[in-house]
Ligand binder design. Sequence first.
Ligand code: NAP
Length: 270
Amino acid sequence: MTRPHEGAVLLRRLHPDPATLTPAEVVDGLDLAARAPADRPYVVLNMVATADGRATVAGRTAPISSLADRRLFHALRASVDAVMVGAGTARVERYGRIVRDPELREQRTARGLAADPLAILVSASLRLPADLPLLQDADSRVAIITASAGEVAGCAAQVSYLRPPPGQALDLAEMLGRVRTELGVRSILCEGGPLLNASLLPAGLIDELYLSIAPALAGGAGALTILGDVALAQPIDLELLWLLEAEGELFARYAVCSEHTPLSPGPSPP
Ligand SMILES: NC(=O)c1ccc[n+]([C@@H]2O[C@H](COP(=O)([O-])OP(=O)(O)OC[C@H]3O[C@@H](n4cnc5c(N)ncnc54)[C@H](OP(=O)(O)O)[C@@H]3O)[C@@H](O)[C@H]2O)c1
């Protein structure tokens, strides 16, 4: 498999076994779909934070996201059936086509995946701007999880809706079950944001966390973290599966310890 555009980014694996890898080599052999439990897709969460835990600076992730971070999350996007995001993040970050790079789409097909992942948006209000680049991209397939009635008008993308039965509240566990059975999705990369994470993590619906730790401090009282304001009844334990480094930035892969989660790191990349 050729790996153009990657010459500039190499990551040093510090744990478990030292190696120098491209982003594609980091994710090669992950086979996240094979890890899916019977009742829902395997869900991995990718987030970036400063060393003091801030998830944004001036309301955006761009100031804390590096080239290596972006290459890694694009490599993860090239490894899953679907990419899921909360409506708040889609609106703020102006989500567009999930995998734009033709080389990454080729990598997906070489892995037996559809060229473009399904995009899943979670919205309570269905307040999604039709001019969102993702919704205006005719090549994108988008599933919107919502309990709201109606549809987003004027979309060019192929949009479908997943709703609970009338009168019932949105239950993300049930919805993820239907994403598996009705849409055939076995693996999901969740890209946040904090409010969506706060629903998924305590419910045991996240299997792994990929956390980029930017070598920076941002300060700020009450600053947004990757879990927002949620108060957990007890800490959720993580098990470190790998630790990578590039230009002082750390990239940790953790298993989220819950009854659903297999704890083995799977096959090692080359
Ligand atoms: N550091 C990082 O890696 C990272 C990653 C992602 C986002 N962010 C940042 O986080 C900020 C956005 O935070 P956020 O907490 O608002 O993001 P979010 O979780 O993406 O969006 C919140 C919205 O998503 C929908 N939603 C989330 N959970 C839901 C649930 N359980 N049921 C129904 N709807 C649900 C609702 O949509 P409606 O409002 O449409 O009802 C809700 O208002 C942005 O500044 C973004 O840049 C940082």
